[in-house]
Ligand binder design. Structure first.
Ligand code: SAM
Length: 304
């Protein structure tokens, strides 16, 4: 499929998926009702405070989940999102916090023109954050989206992009692990090409027995729209993703892990309190165990 057609079809499905989420996304992931505390909020706030930035852009801001937590701390806040319902909700929430309506607009990270606030054509940002968005960016457009983030900040500006950790699949022992083994490590299509089909079958059966292929449950939509696992929702290899940051021109690239799991998630039901306590105790962005035991990470870089 040509790239622009593919992008349009991915973006249409993603917008549809998030169209019903504007009201409850923040409650589900950022309040005490969340299955796990939003530990990345403090991580990102600290990055911004330590960098001493003022003008901050949240690319893919959703219902202003990060922005509302940053209000009142001296930042000048801006955001855009692909999904109109999210933009509407973000404006509604941010207005009483003193953020003007035209600081929040509709746009896609794949589009360089989306990175300018309407009516403020040339001003660059001191920092850009992008959380929960890259899972929905097709591989073919990833470099362009990173280049757009790079171009959106001034020289010396900070960019922080969150992604789901693909290497966590080595710890989960479920369907994700099987996919990672076969597609990314073994590369079964190449390995078994021209081989007897029965060999391939036997190997796949043998490996299949090592993983819980019924887990995790597929997240469907609420009201007929496609759910999170039914639209493009990729994971990223932190070792590869950091190289991409460097290739786009960022310096001082760092990988910071969060949302640790002290045990594979399929053990959570056996000892839920221990699971939560043990996982929270592990939160440490630069611990090497994050490569395997954290489900998410943030890559940061400075525009040279
Ligand atoms: C998982 S939510 C995260 C929202 C917010 N950043 C947060 O951390 O709470 C993903 C958001 O990314 C938006 N999104 C997905 N693809 C996008 C794109 N190509 N450009 C801009 N926003 C996008 C969705 O509309 C949705 O609001």
């Amino acid at each position: 499929m040509p790239e622009d057609k593919k992008l349009r079809s991915v973006e249409a499905a993603v917008k549809h998926c998030y169209s019903t989420w504007a009201d409850n996304y923040h409650r589900d992931y950022y309040t005490e009702k969340a299955a796990y505390p939003p530990v990345h909020q403090d991580l990102i706030r600290k990055l911004l405070v330590d960098a001493g930035v003022k003008r901050v852009l949240d690319a893919g801001c959703g219902p202003a989940s990060m922005l509302r937590g940053l209000a009142g701390s001296g930042f000048e806040l801006f955001g855009f999102d692909l999904t109109p319902e999210m933009v509407q909700e973000a404006r509604r929430v941010m207005a009483p916090l003193g953020v003007l309506e035209n600081h929040i607009w509709e746009g896609s990270v794949a589009d360089p023109t989306a990175f300018r606030a309407p009516g403020r054509e040339s001003a660059k940002f001191d920092a850009a954050i992008c959380v929960g968005v890259f899972p929905h960016v097709p591989l073919e457009l990833e470099n362009a989206a990173l280049a757009n983030l790079h171009a959106a900040v001034r020289p010396g500006g900070l960019v922080a992009v969150e992604a789901r950790n693909q290497l966590f699949a080595l710890f989960t022992l479920n369907r994700y692990s099987q996919r990672f083994f076969l597609n990314d490590l073994v590369r079964e299509e190449e390995l078994f090409e021209g081989q007897d089909e029965s060999v391939r079958r036997q190997v796949l059966d043998e490996l299949g027995q090592r993983f819980r292929l019924d887990l995790p449950p597929v997240r469907g939509g609420k009201a007929g729209e496609p759910g999170y696992d039914e639209v493009l929702s990729r994971t990223h290899n932190p070792l590869v993703f950091r190289e991409k940051f460097a290739a786009v021109g960022f310096r001082d690239v760092r990988v910071l892990f969060y949302h640790y799991h002290c045990l594979p998630p399929l053990c959570e039901r056996l000892a839920p309190d221990l699971f939560r306590r043990g996982s929270l105790a592990m939160e440490s962005p630069e611990d090497w165990r994050g490569y395997f035991m954290a489900s998410a990470f943030v890559v940061t870089g400075i525009r040279a």
